[in-house]
Design a protein around this ligand. Sequence first.
Ligand code: OFO
Length: 165
Amino acid sequence: MLNKTIETALNKQIRIEAESSQIYLAMAVWAEVKGLEGVANFMYAQSDEEREHMLKLVKFINERGGQAFISELNAPNVTFSSFKEMFEKLFEHEQFVSNSINELVHITLQEKDYTTHNFLQWYVAEQIEEEAVARTILDKINLIGDDKGGLYLFDRDIKQLTVIS
Ligand code: OFO
């Protein structure tokens, strides 16, 4: 059974995952209208993954005797000055999510809730992977700079990049 502190903290994370999904959906749309299909598909997949992260929390809370709270969401940023800026924002956002997961893990230890602590290890591992992929993409973008041909190739190559899960 979840205690109230844990339930509230997990519900806060539901909102973060849902907002992440919206943020990446807005990035997908922006990339699509800019004509970069590879980047757009990557971001659509990212958005779906974040929704999965959210649903995993919803199920866990309900199964543990709590009730998942579905809240309103903040509107995401819908426009970017460049792809570099967009991927910088993605990286920053993933770091923010990692901090939030770490904080959650900390709370489970304080509350001695080892079941939730164990459940959260999946998110801890996931964040390591997500940050690594985001960093790899940023490194590539930095190499490309303003080169249009490079961006074209990047758009093609990103299809091969492991989708962040
Ligand atoms: Fe990419 O953040 Fe979910 O966990």
